[in-house]
Design a protein around this ligand. Structure first.
Ligand code: 6PG
Length: 236
């Protein structure tokens, strides 16, 4: 299999989403355990949105070393945590219950005073963390990943800037977003890109076969030479 993007380590295609969920949850567990074994703690970033929720539901039932784990959202809608759109709220509902209570979760939308101030605070917190052992990314049908939306104000700082976290203003979302930057993401040991459905596969293939970071921002993680990327796609 010749893969069109240098960072691409593997592409796994599944007929059923349920099979993808099991494989990706097991892969995250494996990466977390390896990091804890090696360094005593694991630091991972997890995507928001809806695709990964069944993966998080599986993870929360697994005997992970939760009290050795630091979780960071790949991005956040700049809303209160009790807002239905909050990624942190989704993590707390779908992943962090019961035994997982020992986990450390970094909040991105904190003060609600100004998104830029929250992003700066997050940037400082991230500076005190090691590089991510794993980052789970999703992708929108417009080719965005994290909150790197095509045409978003702040996209260039997210893709090219030296910081680890910035605020962006997508033209296509209801909320201001706070997002990890490309630099923070590609510093990770491993990237897992999880996508579903034929439309997203076609968008992914375009991004894989020709770098277009401003038009298809997901290509910013496919065309880089730092972090290997495993792609997991399901037909439904
Ligand atoms: C978010 C995510 C975002 C997501 C894509 C895909 O906050 O929405 O972090 O990057 O991965 O928008 O979302 P779905 O999985 O819901 O299609």
């Amino acid at each position: 299999m010749t893969l069109g993007a240098p960072a691409l380590a593997s592409e796994c295609r599944f007929a059923r989403a349920e099979d993808l969920h099991v494989v990706v949850a097991a892969r995250l567990w494996e990466l977390i355990d390896a990091a804890v074994e090696e360094r005593g703690r694991a630091t991972i970033a997890l995507a928001g949105g809806s695709t990964p929720v069944p993966i998080y539901n599986l993870l929360r039932e697994m005997p992970l070393p939760w009290d050795r784990l630091t979780l960071v959202p790949t991005d956040e809608r700049w809303v209160n945590v009790d807002d239905p759109d909050s990624n942190e709220g989704m993590f707390r509902r779908e992943l962090l219950a019961g035994a997982t209570a020992g986990v450390e979760l970094l909040s991105m939308a904190r003060s609600r005073a100004a998104a830029a101030a929250d992003a700066a605070a997050c940037d400082e917190s991230l500076a005190r963390l090691p590089a991510f052992d794993a980052v789970l990314l999703g992708m929108g049908a417009d080719g965005h990943t994290a909150s790197w939306f095509p045409g978003a104000r702040g996209l260039q700082a997210a893709l090219e800037g030296p910081r680890r976290c910035v605020a962006v203003e997508p033209a296509t979302t209801a909320q201001t977003r706070i997002t990890l930057t490309r630099d923070a993401v590609v510093a990770a040991q491993r990237l897992l890109l999880v996508i579903g459905g034929p439309t997203k596969w076609e968008v992914y293939e375009r991004a894989r076969d020709a770098p277009d970071p401003t038009g298809l921002p997901v290509s910013a993680v496919l065309h880089q030479d730092r972090a290997p990327v495993d792609v997991y796609w399901s037909a439904d």
